[in-house]
Write a protein that binds this ligand. Sequence first.
Ligand code: BG6
Length: 501
Amino acid sequence: MPAPSAATASESPTAHVADLVIFGGTGDLSMRKLLPALYHADRDGRLAPQTRIIAMSRSGLDDSDFRGKVEAEVRPGLHAGDAEGWERFLGRLHHVSVDVGDIQQAGWGALTRLLAGREDIDRIFYLASPPMTFGPFCRAVHEAGLVTPRSRVVLEKPLGRDLAGAQQINDEVGAIFDEHQIFRIDHYLGKETVQNLLVLRFANAFLEPIWNSLWIDHVQITVAESVGTPGRRGYYDHAGALRDMVQNHLLQLLCLVAMEPPARNDREAIRDEKVKVLQALRPISGGEADRFTVRGQYVAGQVDGKDVPGYLDEPDKTAPTEASRRVETFTAIRAEVKNWRWAGVPFYLRTGKRLPHRRSEIVIQFKDVPHSIYPGGSPNRLVLRLQPSEGITLHLMAKEPGAGEVLLRPVPLSLSFADTFRTRVPEAYERLLMDVLAGNPTLFMRRDEVEAAWRWIDPIIATWESGDALPEPYAAGTTGPAAAHELLGRSGRAWHEEDLP
Ligand code: BG6
């Protein structure tokens, strides 16, 4: 198989020619998400011919072992393509064994030789590794002389465990790379419906006039997962749902719902507006954290008709500790955006593991008509479904056909992306990797965004950690602890649970 040779960016009209170095290249994220996304992009002709993918790990594999591993573990899960395309993809793959802590090690020499002569093309370091490796990795590539003016670095979440930790990582990475070279991934921003939310809001005239507290009663953002956390105790005990999901994914969704229209569709304009939303979030701490936040942890139950263990009994290399008993696998929060547009509108956030279904959605619940001339009836609701089956549904009131009395019925007006566009919806990572390769940071988090999110999360964590209370148990396969329902119930509202697949 011929190895692709060096080339300049101008040779490729499709995407910049790049060396994409994945640190943690044989890990779960790389094998499950990054390599499939890169293969699909390649199959669709969106990788420049001379682009190479260089996996780094401590596994001791050579190029041919690594290609064999990808053939065995990645290929079976891919959308079919032709054999020639697969061979071309394999030809892009390389593997270098490196210990990031040891800059004298031979692996660094091997990486340096592999990258030599390609200084004028884009060089991307993708850190698919735990956050404590970000600083040391950046220092190591710098000391090895591998950072070029056209280098970029991609950081996977979580970025720290609190504001101070995030600032430290940002400082360490920022000492080697300029902010415009740093791409902080939140893969929710690559999801099709998430991008469609901006188009829906800012490319249609009818929504914007009613997108405010005069018309909207409240907003719900739910990211429910049916999976548990088997084998993830080492990470999850120290993360929990608030750090793992809310600090990043759910707050990003909230920003896109709540932000003001940006002046331009450009990287800084959109991110500027998102930061303003985060800065306008009403702080929650002390007694308010008890009133406005809920923590839960799943115990044994049934999901999809199968018995599943509770969090503490999930199979794992390590036994549960005190941290395991205290960690939340579910959280619900009543947030508020303190500005003119949203004053008084609650934003309810909810996420959890081992819920009945995998379902992520944003629900915009409109207010009731000011004066109703019909009995029955319920207020309009706009549901943006992120997964599964991406789509948008507007629930309207209609008259039931019939000659008798006028009976109202809520009817869904639905747009299913799959049915309407009849095209494969790309995975979030595919979109984001293509943006990294094109050097477009719009869908990535800026330093001030990440830090503003932590600034809001930190006081909640501090309150939770200062008390003795444990998360409320909920049986796997149910919709979470009772307190999550009370969070809405005490103001006469309820979570949107309809339309489950
Ligand atoms: C990750 C979290 O960021 O997102 C996981 O670390 C979670 O705990 C995952 O399962 C959910 O992503 P998706 O795209 O499957 O909804």
